[in-house]
Design a protein around this ligand. Structure first.
Ligand code: GAR
Length: 189
């Protein structure tokens, strides 16, 4: 199916851009209908503007609770008929409010071979541990942080101690794997 995606990001947005570009090129039979960002001023906001993709950029502090801003996100996603929510460097835990509305339709990309190295510093933790095989995981999002069922993984070897280098190698893999995985999931929606 031609899917309508919402992509959530908090920072640079290279995954957002890779997905948006794949939609624009027709490599992905989908459109990014909404970009959601919890960090006004994040680089992803300018990327969305360049693509002409509508965005909802908010400051969580402007809302009384997480439920309040998630209800606003849900209202906007419902209005657009979003099929699949792709978390791409969205550094917030989603609450039951979003999970009740979109559970089973939310995926996340994580820069480790889960279940190893959950959390916000996966690459740094893996380098500190001294692992020699790194990787990327795409998984369903549930109430268990980085613990939802795994959809796809891709590994790579690295024998060094530079987290920036691991990020660099990993991000190339992320971009390709995210696009392939979204395409496969949309076929089965
Ligand atoms: C990605 O590498 C993603 O795996 C990671 O944030 C980065 C965002 O990059 N996500 C997590 O660490 C989630 N725990 P991007 O903004 O350039 O797409």
């Amino acid at each position: 199916m031609h899917g309508k995606l919402a992509v959530f990001a908090s920072g640079s947005g290279t995954n957002f851009e890779a997905i948006a570009q794949a939609c624009a090129d027709g490599r992905l039979d989908a459109e990014v209908s909404l970009m959601v960002c919890d960090k006004p001023g994040a680089a992803v906001v300018a990327r969305a503007e360049r693509f002409g993709i509508p965005s909802f950029v908010f400051n969580p502090k402007d809302y009384a609770s997480k439920g309040d801003y998630e209800r606003e996100i849900i209202r906007r996603m419902d209005a657009l008929g979003i099929d699949l929510v792709c978390l791409a460097g969205y550094m917030r835990i989603v609450s039951d409010v979003l999970l009740e509305a979109y559970g089973g339709r939310i995926i996340n990309i994580h820069p480790s071979l889960l279940p190893a190295f959950k959390g916000a510093h996966a690459v740094e933790d893996a380098v500190a541990y001294g692992v020699k095989v790194y990787g990327i995981t795409i998984h369903w999002v549930n109430a268990d942080l980085d613990g939802g069922r795994i959809i796809a993984q891709r590994a790579f070897d690295y024998d060094g101690s530079d987290p920036a280098e691991v990020h660099r190698i990993g991000q190339k893999i992320e971009h390709a794997l995210y696009i392939e995985t979204i395409q496969k999931l949309l076929k089965n929606l």
